[in-house]
Design a protein around this ligand. Structure first.
Ligand SMILES: C[S@@+](CC[C@H](N)C(=O)[O-])C[C@H]1O[C@@H](n2cnc3c(N)ncnc32)[C@H](O)[C@@H]1O
Length: 252
């Protein structure tokens, strides 16, 4: 199941990267890929126009997040940031601006087409305090205690093994480091049929944790000060009620 799930996720986002490179907006909903506008309210209008005005259009088109973690994370000049599942790179490029030339922003993604798009967006942006890494958020290719802030935007729900993701986030953070993530959280219980539907999983629905599980798993990994702040609440027909949430935690 885990291997098959990753393959379905990779295929969906490889396709999304190809569409964004062709100048189209992309969408992670199961049955919709509107070229005109994001059909899912959860991923529409997440960024201020001024914030993204100088980013390549392909980075904005490829935005598939459910929040604005780089803004909410309160990044400081000189910090090292890691974006788990960086997609077309929008939050990495925004973080790079906030941490400045003395800081660094890493993006990590497992999908070659997304990495290619993100690196092209970096080239167009002309920023050099950015590096996109290929790899799995369940096995982060960075040393222990090397990162000040972990951000992520609508990706952790896609992971098959969330415990591993949180353990890896904890390992690479420096003591005092911050976890500052936007993600989808389930407000109602998810049926076994929906849980097993890989298309719905790859569309950021079936893999969502509920609030108690999110909190419990972060604490089990060693995090403290866990806080979940709802940003948008929405219903998916046949699957239940969900929220976009900003999740904060700290490595002691
Ligand atoms: C919903 S998109 C979000 C992309 C980006 N964060 C954004 O806001 O536009 C999910 C991204 O996470 C990546 N991804 C999903 N599961 C992953 C995993 N286990 N390891 C690394 N990347 C993963 C996908 O390849 C895709 O680029």
């Amino acid at each position: 199941m885990k291997k098959e799930l990753k393959q379905v996720v990779r295929e969906r986002y490889a396709d999304a990267a190809r569409r964004a490179s062709e100048g189209k907006l992309v969408d992670c909903s199961p049955d919709c890929c509107s070229p005109e506008e994001h059909a899912l309210p959860i991923i529409a209008n997440l960024y201020e126009d001024a914030e993204v005005a100088d980013l390549p259009q392909e980075a904005v088109n490829a935005s598939l997040g459910c929040g604005n973690p780089a803004a909410l994370a309160e990044l400081h000049p000189g910090e090292v940031v890691l974006d788990l599942g960086s997609g077309g790179g929008i939050d990495v490029l925004l973080s790079a601006k906030r941490v400045g030339s003395t800081g660094k922003a890493y993006g990590l993604d497992m999908t070659d087409e997304m990495l290619e798009l993100a690196r092209e967006n970096q080239r167009k942006s002309g920023v050099d305090n950015v590096e996109f890494l290929k790899g799995d958020i369940e096995d982060v290719p960075l040393p222990d205690s090397s990162v000040d802030v972990i951000i992520s935007n609508c990706v952790i729900n896609l992971a098959a093994d969330k415990d591993l993701v949180f353990q890896e986030a904890f390992r690479v953070l420096k003591p005092g480091g911050r976890f500052a993530v936007s993600d989808i959280v389930a407000c109602t219980s998810i049926s076994p049929e929906v849980r097993e539907n890989l298309e719905l999983w790859s569309a950021c629905v079936s893999g969502a944790l509920d609030e108690d599980s999110y909190r419990g798993k972060l604490e089990a990994a060693g995090f403290q000060g866990v806080d979940l702040e709802p940003t948008r609440v929405f219903t998916i027909e046949g699957a239940g009620q969900f929220m976009g949430a900003f999740v904060r935690a700290r490595k002691p």
